[in-house]
Design a protein around this ligand. Structure first.
Ligand code: GDP
Length: 435
């Protein structure tokens, strides 16, 4: 989603303009002098196109004077946004503040629209043409308060935005039909047994030939009152998995199933130590960015001692994926098999979760104010704003004034999960730093 930054002196009507662009859906709280506003970025839509609109008001807290502050905002905006709205007052025209900011905007190589706000009547509208002198192209006279001219300005904004990227594989609405699940794990953990147990439940649908588009190697199975598509279970059904060979082949097959699925159930043998092969399968799932449910099978074999051991193993071996839900089940006795469907639904909901930009930024602002990045070489990089770049799995971008320490990034990700959940889904947090 492209980012549009709004730059300009205080009181030129930036908040009013942002409110006008958002419609009444999410009101921007008015700036109070000396108070850092709690939200900085919002989701906006015009003519069916989405973009993120960012208010740069609080971006230069240590600037010497007003002109330096606006210049710094302009510089950061040019470095982080795809387009800059430079707001001036039609009633005032260009000022000395503009002399400091405009060279930055002109050099930045980003499209800039000059918005002459408070053009409430035709006379003021005509006066806006003097702003050609800024050398930033055609000025757009608008009245943010009354809505005059904002439609034309937004049309021009869309024209100047970079082409939208082609939608990603999973970013679109899911195709209708059953959700796709990969049932994976190393040989002998009990995949076939679990599949058989699931297919035994009343009204199980295991016939994929009957006029469905489901791949013949897949199984349709009813779990928890819902039909799921278990991908590439042919080997499990025919029990040729082990016979047909090399670990290499099995691993290819596993990775293919994970890619074809939306969510993976990784089966582990609770009665045995977690192995390297288990780890490799887990990495396949997280690297493919699929939702994940961990199932410790053969729970019927687990006694007190083993339970204690397993808890320590989990702490040690599954440290990377504390967010994956864990089920202790038994394909043999049927224990906890009914927990599978709710776990799958929860993981998929996390995988598709989208946090509204306003809410995300309110959170990120509060977090980074409470716990700022440690000082590095005399400076502490600041997080200016954040956007969610995608779903399936959720991907976030932090826009910052400099690179972040890996530890700080992990801290942000941990807090993000504490705030918004995402149980059962990987989450990516990337940084776009102004150099
Ligand atoms: P796969 O290679 O992952 O498909 O594993 P299988 O389903 O073939 O199971 C391997 C072995 O573990 C078989 O002997 C099963 O009977 C046994 N097994 C599977 N699930 C359980 C379970 O929950 N408890 C116990 N005790 N044995 C199980």
């Amino acid at each position: 989603v492209p980012v549009v930054a709004v730059v300009g002196r205080p009181n030129v009507g930036k908040s009013t303009l942002v409110n006008r662009i958002l419609g009444r859906r999410q009101a921007v709280v008015e700036n109070q002098p000396g108070v850092t506003r709690d939200r900085v970025a919002y989701d906006a839509t015009w003519a069916g196109r989405r973009f993120t609109i960012v208010d740069t008001g609080g971006w230069a807290p240590d600037a010497k004077d007003r002109a330096a502050a606006i210049a710094a905002q302009a510089e950061i905006a040019v470095a982080t946004a795809d387009l800059v709205l430079y707001v001036v007052e039609a009633t005032v025209g260009a000022t000395d503040v503009d002399d400091a900011a405009v060279p930055m905007l002109r050099r930045g190589g980003r499209p800039v629209l000059v918005v002459a706000n408070k053009a409430d009547n035709p006379a003021l509208e005509a006066e806006a043409s003097t702003l050609w002198s800024l050398g930033l192209g055609e000025p757009y006279p608008v009245s943010a308060l009354h809505g005059r001219g904002t439609g034309d300005m937004l049309d021009a904004l869309l024209d100047a935005l970079p082409e939208p990227a082609p939608p990603e594989q999973f970013d679109q609405e899911q195709p209708a039909g059953p959700r796709r699940v990969a049932l994976v794990g190393r040989p002998n953990v009990g995949k076939s047994s679990l599949l058989n147990r699931l297919a035994r439940t009343p009204r199980a649908v295991v016939d994929s030939a009957a006029g469905t588009t489901v791949d013949p190697v897949d199984s349709l199975v009813e779990i928890g009152g819902e039909t799921w598509q278990l991908v590439d279970t042919a080997g499990l059904r025919r029990r040729v998995g082990q016979a047909s060979g090399t670990e290499y082949y099995a691993s290819l097959r596993t990775s293919g199933a994970i890619d074809a699925a939306e969510v993976a159930v990784v089966l582990l043998d609770a009665s045995e130590p977690i192995t390297e092969q288990d780890q490799r399968i887990l990495s396949m799932v997280t690297e493919a960015g699929r939702a994940l449910v961990l199932a410790f099978n053969k729970w019927d074999l687990v006694d007190e001692d083993r339970r204690y051991q397993l808890a320590r193993e989990i702490d040690r071996e599954l440290r990377r994926i504390p967010w994956a839900p864990r089920l202790n089940l038994s394909a043999l006795t049927g224990r906890a098999v009914d927990k599978l469907a709710p776990a799958l639904r929860g993981a998929l909901a996390s995988w598709e979760q989208r946090i509204p930009t306003g809410q995300l930024n309110q959170w990120v602002t509060a977090l980074t104010q409470a716990t700022p990045h440690p000082v590095r070489r005399g400076k502490a990089p600041r997080v200016l704003f954040a956007t969610q770049a995608g779903v399936c799995p959720p991907r976030f971008v932090l826009f910052t004034t400099g690179p972040l320490d890996a530890a700080y990034l992990r801290f942000v990700e941990r807090k993000l999960r504490e705030e918004f959940g995402f149980e059962g889904s990987p989450v990516e947090v990337a940084v776009r730093a102004r150099e």
